[in-house]
Design a protein around this ligand. Structure first.
Ligand SMILES: Cc1ncc(COP(=O)(O)O)c(C=O)c1O
Length: 1008
């Protein structure tokens, strides 16, 4: 039928509404497949939805709809659902004749307000859980309802979906293969599927039928509307439909489906046999969708709604095809609180009756006891990445451990989170950023290559391959075993290729028979020789491989599929010891560490390993770090680590003895500084550096009045707090002390002065403070400022300001101190030090954070005049300042910056980022300002009236953390995102950061 002859315009809808219901309203067409639906807006009320049928609509069907809505109204106590509005003649269903003489049925329902699902961004787990919950509630409410029309033939009913088989020729070959795969799976499961529970269910929780609350941060699904597709069918199909739509546009659709399943199960208990069919049912709903689209494209080429979900449906079908149906089934079971693997308990019961010794597995090794080796992310034994990736070193350490424990087998690893898997094959981009496979599913036995491995039970070879490649298994054998009423598998990885592949699939291996021998590194995936031994209750869809390491977020499912091999050996040493939980750490901190120590994030993270621009938590999750400028040349930079370790092994003492390192660090720094700043003192922190600087000021000028910026921060000691407006003007502070003089934050974006002349104006403010000091009859000691005010929100000093301010301060006899604790050591890109951006030379420069790359070392550089005046006879002694270890580390950091051209990198990547942030600012009006230099950048979030948006800034940092990216916020109004990563940050890292920023900036709460 010609679509134009069916269409109803908004004006026609309004006329029909008035004629039948005497309601004046504004109609807007809504998407819909069969009915023509209109949103009706009226004054001072929620409004309505007007549904005008196609011609010749079946009246029984409409009656079914009305009864269904009435049943929901009567039985769904907590359900929000549309109500039937009768026309002026009291009819629940009215009739009209359209312009083409066709009879059309008209119904009016109350409008359920809220946002439709498709308009909610982001759609997170708790939202999907609430979707499942609402769908389950509706199914619960519909229990006991029936109607003849509910049993109609219906294309959109998953139970009837095999009609799609007649249309597979509409698809291209690859698409056809996917569709046929699912059709066959579905067809072959009919004997059990057809026995599942049936009921009348909603059957159409698609994007436009789901109503969510208006909360922007944690919206919940409040109603599912449009009952037009309700049908009597297998209950599981209803959940399948909800999943099929809500998992679209996710990298990992299975993960996205789980909260929906969990939510459904929380309000309508799903049965185990139903969950076995959910994977197929979801697939078949998608198959119906793509088949309908293909057919309708031909029939009604103008109806764009029919095409809307075609592309994402294909995408999700392709991804679904790559998910093992068994794995999905086990995940659904786990989500509902059933044992993930149905035979898990049978296996445990069976295994408890068995008893094995380790020398059944290794009969040539006359040992049964285990010495546990810790290879977890936080293991000190494995050391630095450079060390655990060094095969010779790893072998040496294993040999040494073996020597010390000569009567034991070195082993361990079940469920151990590991950082060893550094190849890309272990990473993927999940629904919230990067995920790494880190959780080890088997036990490793560290024995020499050639060690024979024997079978513990009779078995049949199902896989015997060379799983070649770096960090793969090399020689791999998997055996299938029959126990009471179930099968299970054992896996032997890292065998020699020859000994593994001499086995043939189908061969039987008897208990105690040799399976193969351990492979040497070159044929076992480049590992130190060991056996990876794993038990599996299912082979999933694997044909030549099986994962030995799993993603942390799937661990509950995997550990059920792959039970602990130690159930066979019952070795205490093999049993994983449970570490301290985050909750316990937090509790202890609360009791025994000062309350004013804060923790980042509502759910704090425990970081146990650093690697370059990444930090890793105890589960091996990698976070891209844009916060920790302290790790200047990369977290745990190996050269720096080695410099410290090596020196620590020799001597660490105070600077009263001669040592090369203190001179070497001084030399490295002096090379970067202007000739005027030629004298150094070494200390242990930025605070100590500023503390010493102020002592020098007092000694050199005889004055103690200091001029500093509003919102400046210079450290945590008494004197530093006294000159830090960020602290004394903030929470718990009591304002500026007598000798501190604060001038307004020189912020040209939202500060006191914003125009072209702001440098002049702010310099005048400094002069005003000089005048204040003079009025008090005192002289100026110093003016201290950062070249980019970090806590102030990455405030770049207006061009020309610093030179003018320095001139005024010097004219008043004061000294100029540049606090380079954050900005120094190459981060600025264009220059090595921040003050160099302003063509000035301070009298004193304080250096901190980056200098030790995490080790506490800091420095004060000054002119010889200042140094001489400071040396007034009182010895300056600092127990740790300038010690050989700290200086070895500091010197290596500066050498690394120079050797690896990291200042140039900061300029290149920083410029790229700043340009891209500016581009983002054009896309997202919430970004008011982008500023900073090199890899020391800030993004300020404001509304259209320049009001600061602290909640949104916090939200952005929190959501970035959800995606594995660490960001920090600051500024007097807490509305500035700070970007100050290790300066090894690459363009790829920058692109990853931009990708997720763009994603989060598009979320509802960020729209201004
Ligand atoms: C600009 C500035 N100066 C000094 C300090 C104090 O350094 P530390 O914490 O190493 O004592 C900080 C610390 O954040 C700082 O940002």
């Amino acid at each position: 039928m010609n679509y134009d002859n069916l269409k109803i315009s908004n004006q026609q809808a309004e006329d029909i509404l008035f004629k039948l219901f005497q309601i004046k309203g504004k109609a807007t067409a809504l998407p819909g497949e069969l009915d023509f639906n209109f949103r009706i807006k009226v004054d001072n009320a929620e409004g309505y939805i007007l549904k005008i049928s196609r011609p010749n609509e079946n009246e029984n069907y409409l009656d079914f709809q009305q009864q269904l809505l009435q049943f929901v109204a009567d039985h769904g106590r907590n359900l929000m659902a549309p109500k039937v509005i009768s026309d002026t003649n009291g009819n629940a269903i009215s009739k009209i004749t359209d312009d083409f003489g066709k009879e059309r049925h008209v119904r009016l329902l109350s409008w359920v307000s809220g946002r439709v699902w498709s308009g909610v961004n982001p759609q997170l787990d708790d939202l999907r859980f609430s979707l499942g919950k609402q769908c389950g509630l509706l199914t619960q409410a519909l229990q006991g309802f029936d109607h003849a029309e509910a049993n109609r033939p219906f294309d959109w009913d998953v139970a009837q979906s095999l009609w799609t088989k007649d249309h597979v020729d509409l698809f291209k070959d690859e698409e056809k293969a996917i569709v046929e795969y699912f059709q066959n799976l579905f067809e072959n499961s009919q004997d059990t599927y057809s026995k599942l529970r049936n009921a009348v269910v909603h059957n159409d929780a698609n994007d436009n039928n789901i109503i969510a609350s208006s909360d922007l941060i944690h919206p919940k699904v409040e109603a599912v509307i449009d009952y037009g597709d309700a049908v009597y069918t297998q209950i599981i199909n209803d959940l399948a439909v909800a999943c099929a739509y809500a998992i679209m546009d996710h990298n990992d659709p299975l993960e996205a489906a789980l909260p929906i399943v969990q939510g459904y199960h929380s309000t309508f208990e799903l049965q185990e046999d139903e969950l076995a069919h959910l994977y197929n049912a979801i697939a078949m709903r998608l198959v119906i969708s793509v088949t309908k689209s293909a057919i309708n494209k031909i029939a009604e080429p103008d109806n764009s709604y029919l095409l809307i979900s075609e592309k994402p449906a294909w995408e999700v079908l392709e991804k679904w095809r790559n998910i093992s149906s068994d794995f999905a089934h086990f995940s659904f079971r786990d989500a509902c609180g059933y044992e993930a693997h149905p035979k898990s308990k049978s296996f445990k019961d069976w295994a408890e009756k068995q008893s094995f010794e380790l020398n059944h597995l290794f009969p040539t090794i006359d040992k049964n006891d285990v010495h546990h080796v810790d290879l977890s992310v936080s293991s000190k034994w494995i050391g630095h990445q450079e060390e655990f990736n060094d095969l010779d070193l790893f072998q040496f350490k294993i040999d040494r451990l073996q020597k010390k424990n000569s009567n034991k087998i070195i082993a361990g690893g079940y469920l151990e989170p590991r950082a060893l898997y550094t190849s890309d094959a272990y990473d993927k981009i999940g629904n919230s950023g990067r995920e790494s496979r880190t959780i080890h599913l088997g036990v490793d036995f560290w024995l020499p290559s050639g060690t024979p491995v024997h079978a513990l039970f009779d078995g049949e070879v199902v896989i015997a391959v060379n799983d070649a490649g770096d960090k793969e298994y090399g020689g791999l054998v998997i055996l299938k075993h029959q126990a009471d009423d179930f099968e299970f598998y054992t896996l032997y990885g890292h065998l020699s290729v020859e000994s593994a592949t001499k086995n043939r699939v189908g061969d039987t291996i008897k208990k105690d028979e040799k399976i193969g021998g351990l492979g040497a590194s070159q044929e076992n995936g480049n590992w130190v020789p060991h056996l990876h031994f794993q038990i599996m209750l299912s082979l999933l869809d694997y044909k030549n491989d099986f994962p030995g390491v799993a993603y942390y977020n799937q661990i509950d499912v995997w550990k059920n599929i792959c039970p602990n091999p130690n159930v066979l050996f019952r070795s205490d040493a093999l049993q994983k010891t449970v570490g301290t939980s985050n909750a316990e750490l937090i509790n202890y901190r609360k009791q025994h560490l000062g309350k004013s120590l804060s923790l980042q994030y509502k759910e704090p993270i425990k970081m146990v390993r650093g690697a370059g621009q990444y930090l890793m938590d105890q589960y091996g999750r990698k976070y891209l770090d844009t916060v920790n400028n302290v790790a200047h040349v990369g977290h745990e930079n190996y050269d720096v680590v080695k410099a410290g370790q090596e020196q620590m092994a020799l001597i660490n003492t105070n600077s009263r003895y001669l040592h090369d390192n203190i001179n070497a660090l001084a030399e490295e720094l002096i090379e970067t500084l202007p000739p005027e700043l030629s004298v150094l003192h070494f200390v242990n922190s930025g605070s100590e550096a500023n503390e010493l600087a102020i002592r020098m000021v007092k000694a050199a000028t005889g004055e103690r009045d200091i001029i500093a910026s509003e919102v400046g921060y210079h450290g945590n000691s008494n004197m530093c707090i006294d000159i830090s407006s960020y602290k004394f003007d903030g929470k718990g502070g009591s304002g500026a002390p007598e000798h501190t003089h604060i001038f307004p934050l020189p912020d040209a974006f939202r500060g006191k002065y914003r125009g072209d002349d702001s440098a002049e104006k702010y310099a005048e403010e400094v002069q005003k403070q000089i005048d204040v000091v003079h009025k008090k009859g005192r002289g100026v000691g110093a003016f201290i400022i950062e070249p980019i005010i970090s806590c102030g929100g990455q405030i770049e000093l207006p061009k020309g300001f610093l030179a003018k301010a320095y001139a005024s301060v010097r004219a008043a006899g004061g000294l100029c101190v540049s606090d380079e604790v954050q900005t120094g050591c190459g981060r600025m890109g264009k220059t090595f030090w921040g003050f160099q951006l302003h063509d000035v030379v301070p009298d004193i420069v304080t250096i901190g954070k980056p200098l030790g790359n995490g080790h506490p070392v800091a420095a004060v550089a000054c002119t010889p005049e200042v140094a001489d005046k400071f040396a007034n006879g009182m010895e300056y002694f600092n127990t740790f300042g300038g010690n050989p270890v700290s200086c070895a580390i500091g010197a290596e950091v500066i050498r690394t910056v120079k050797r690896e051209k990291l200042q140039e990198n900061a300029l290149k990547v920083g410029t790229f980022l700043k340009d891209e942030f500016r581009r983002l600012a054009q896309e997202f009006p919430i970004i008011g300002d982008v500023r900073g230099q090199g890899l020391f950048l800030g993004i300020e979030l404001v509304d259209a009236d320049m009001n600061p948006l602290a909640a949104q800034t916090d939200y952005l940092a929190d959501r970035m953390k959800d995606h594995g990216i660490l960001m920090s916020t600051d500024g007097p109004d807490h509305n500035v995102l700070k970007i100050k990563p290790p300066i090894i940050f690459t363009k790829d890292n920058a692109e990853e950061l931009l990708f997720y920023l763009r994603k989060i900036l598009a979320e509802d709460i960020m729209q201004f």
